[in-house]
Write a protein that binds this ligand. Structure first.
Ligand SMILES: [Zn+2]
Length: 456
């Protein structure tokens, strides 16, 4: 099987534009054995000579390519997905569109999903995300402890198997969510077992617990014991009085875990008055807590009870960033009761973030690209990331010449590389370089109700 990075060949790309670095010039990018060895600024645009166009079908897997001025970004980083829930909507409806019904609906259904079925949906979701340019994913995993250990462990076993199988194509980090409804002792015992099985850290949604602070205490105690990072769903609510984020910041500081704690959502922060929000943001910044905004799911789920000036649930992206909190944008849910849309495409998420957070200035567009690349890479702890000598040659070429064109046109045509090997090419026929994955690739790109239901 042709694993990514195998072959040890030299890859050279001329006439690339690097919007995260310096977009005024063209660059020549050179990788050997899947690692960037030289990134050189050109004095002007080079004649293609022996370099093949990305548009040519046979050029897709060539080693000397002419990017023709297209944008090249490092592999996109989706810092917050739910691979286990993806494409589950046909079996877990959400008629009210609220977070409460989404949770109840999915919880009823979760014990009925067989492991193979969960693995199939996770694989499809991950590969579909790769096809849009994502090469790193942090996924949260539901832990339905109230349904017993067997059900609770099933999704994590599935996730670990999918992570290993897809390792040549995409980096996956697994964060099981600490159960907030089960007996606390049993719930945390399960999470401990999962950490021993090899998951990457602890997730959770402590604002949903009866006693959020006690739940947060248990999560931090366990993280401290295992020396692992924490990534929580925080204050996913329209209630301005919901402010577990401040307690999470306190615990982060107390355990010296700055840089290893992520707060996702932070919806109630946007409902607070500006003074209270500034206080909470200050505590997060001081403690070194990073933030992830999930605008697609929150625009869909939040504000459902509002009858005028509907709250949108999207956190204070600009204020957090201005205070020095690293803020990433991520997908959250895809085609499940929490969010019926989406496709695991971070360019789409960046555009939704632009609308939701009022970010449209030229500097905003470049910041949004950082929010789906280097910022989440830093937040989830990927080392050796970027288009720089010595870093792994994970990247996506996008059919646009500027961030402005990228946001306006949302180009479908992308060429995705991992460790210097082409995983997916936009030029027809769109196919994986590895024939072993061709069927899964086809399924990933043709996913829909019909496909999902046929598999059932
Ligand atoms: Zn989530």
């Amino acid at each position: 099987m042709a694993k990514a990075g195998a072959g040890g060949a030299v890859l050279e790309i001329i006439n690339a534009r690097l919007p995260l670095a310096d977009e005024r010039h063209y660059y020549t990018l050179r990788a050997e054995n899947g690692v960037w060895t030289a990134i050189g600024r050109q004095s002007g645009r080079l004649e293609p000579g022996g370099y093949l166009s990305l548009d040519m079908p046979e050029g897709a897997y060539a080693k000397r390519l002419d990017a023709e001025g297209k944008l090249v970004l490092p592999g996109l980083v989706d810092a917050h997905m739910h691979l286990d829930k993806a494409f589950s909507l046909p079996w877990a409806a959400n008629r009210s569109g609220t977070l409460a019904e989404a949770i109840a609906s999915y919880s009823r259904q979760a014990p009925l999903f067989a492991k193979g079925e969960i693995k199939a949906r996770m694989t499809r979701m991950a590969l579909q995300a790769v096809s849009y340019g994502t090469t790193s994913i942090r996924t949260h995993i539901d832990v339905h402890a109230e349904a017993g250990a067997r059900v609770a462990l099933r999704s994590v076993e599935a996730a670990l198997e999918v992570k290993e199988k897809l390792a040549p194509w995409v980096r996956v980090q697994i964060f099981p969510m600490a159960p907030y409804r089960a007996q606390p002792g049993f719930g945390m015992e399960l999470i401990g077992e999962m950490l021993a099985m090899g998951v990457d850290g602890i997730g959770g949604a402590p604002h949903l617990a009866d006693e959020p602070e006690a739940h947060i205490d248990r999560i931090f105690e366990l993280a401290d014991r295992y020396g692992c990072p924490v990534d929580l769903h925080v204050d996913e609510s329209d209630d301005p009085g919901m402010r577990t984020c401040v307690y999470i910041a306190e615990r982060t500081a107390a355990y010296g875990m700055g840089g290893r704690v992520v707060a996702g959502h932070l919806c109630s922060l946007s409902a607070m008055n500006p003074e209270d929000a500034a206080y909470a943001i200050g505590r997060l910044a001081e403690a070194g807590v990073a933030a992830v905004t999930l605008p697609a799911a929150n625009l869909y789920l939040q504000g459902r009870a509002d009858r005028r000036a509907v709250r949108r649930g999207v956190t204070r992206v600009k204020e957090l960033a201005a205070a020095g909190v690293p803020v990433a944008a991520a997908s959250d849910n895809v085609h499940d009761p929490f969010h019926p849309f989406g496709r695991g495409d971070l360019l789409q998420i960046a555009l939704i973030t632009a609308y939701a957070a009022h970010m449209g200035a030229p500097s905003d567009l470049r910041q949004l690209l950082r929010m789906i690349t280097e910022i989440p890479a830093g937040i989830i702890g990927i080392s050796g990331y970027g288009i720089k000598a010595g870093c792994e040659a994970d990247f996506v070429v996008i059919d646009a010449r500027s961030p402005e064109e990228l946001f306006a046109m949302q180009p479908e045509r992308r060429w995705v590389y991992r460790a210097g090997s082409c995983l997916a090419a936009a030029a027809p026929p769109a196919a994986w370089a590895d024939p072993a994955l061709a069927d899964e690739w086809a399924a990933a790109r043709n996913v829909g109700f019909a496909g999902v239901l046929a598999e059932r």
